[in-house]
Design a protein around this ligand. Structure first.
Ligand SMILES: C[S@@+](CC[C@H](N)C(=O)[O-])C[C@H]1O[C@@H](n2cnc3c(N)ncnc32)[C@H](O)[C@@H]1O
Length: 263
């Protein structure tokens, strides 16, 4: 996959792109990432890229010319999937990251100041927001998009690590623990230490549902709407809605449904 980014702050990308999984993906040639400074394309005498807004208002807006000229200079521009970062865009999600990770070439445009002249959207496929808040520039959103996409490119990380990750099956991930077994008097749930794989699976499903119900009830609603809740999950949710942790639920010794996907 090739990712081109256009920005007036290319140096903001150095730290993230040169570390951890993205660095390894670049070294393995799973991804090529090019960062372009669109200020270099400005036709203004002092390489200005912004100007006042028509109709009045505070702040400066980036003009189309340097952005579009930079976009068009990128090899493969016409066929690439072009994204602009904007608080007004469709909200980024794991689903979108997965779909974008299958593309061969994407270009991401980073705005700054008050944003970019709206006519730039004539050269773009999709406006993307990374959430309902306003950042100073599109560099952090572009890095969030790149990071979430690159880790989904085949062979960038061990596929097994992706299976239970938050959002993959529509739920948040279950709580995880490492050594020591007791930290500051707080023990790892006993069920995770006794090697009973079926009980561990049940604990993880129950606690994944419980965390999602508590922090993101909208995701549970979505699963119901899409008829993606099976009878085991429905059964667990009954007890989760009563406020019971897996340990408390387990003590009730109620007969649990045998397996998943038996709806
Ligand atoms: C200060 S913001 C412009 C905000 C704009 N005036 C508005 O009210 O919608 C400058 C740039 O930061 C980026 N940006 C800020 N918040 C963002 C978000 N939530 N998602 C994606 N990009 C964002 C965009 O590239 C935007 O052009």
């Amino acid at each position: 996959m090739v990712i081109d980014v256009i920005t007036i702050f290319p140096e903001m990308f150095e730290g993230i792109l040169n570390n951890s999984i993205i660095k390894r993906a670049i070294e393995k040639e799973s991804v090529i990432i090019n960062v372009h400074d669109f200020r270099e394309f400005s036709l203004e005498k002092h390489k200005n890229v912004d100007d006042t807004t028509y109709g009045g208002g505070n702040g400066m807006l980036i003009a189309c010319q340097p952005v579009v000229d930079c976009l068009k200079s990128i090899s493969g521009y016409s066929d690439a999937y072009k994204i602009i970062t904007s608080p007004c865009g469709a909200v980024w999600s794991q689903e979108k990251a997965l779909s974008i990770s299958k593309k061969e070439h994407i270009i991401i445009v980073c705005g700054h100041y008050e944003g970019i002249d709206d006519r730039v959207n004539n050269y773009i496929d999709e406006e993307i927001s990374i959430g309902d808040y306003v950042l100073t520039g599109g560099e952090i959103p572009a890095l969030a998009i790149i990071d979430s996409v690159v880790r989904l490119i085949p062979n960038v990380i061990t596929e097994g690590s992706l299976i239970d990750e938050s959002f993959t099956n529509g739920l948040l991930e279950y709580p995880q623990f490492t050594k020591p077994q007791v930290y500051d008097g707080i023990s790892v749930p006993f069920v995770l230490t006794n090697g009973n794989h079926e009980e561990i699976r049940k604990y993880r499903l129950y606690e994944s549902l419980r965390k999602t119900y508590k922090n993101r009830p909208d995701l549970i609603d979505k699963l119901y709407q899409e008829k993606r809740i099976d009878s085991e999950e429905e059964f667990f949710l009954e007890y989760i809605k009563k406020g019971l942790s897996f340990e408390e639920f387990d003590k009730l010794k109620v007969k649990k449904p045998k397996k998943k996907n038996n709806a």
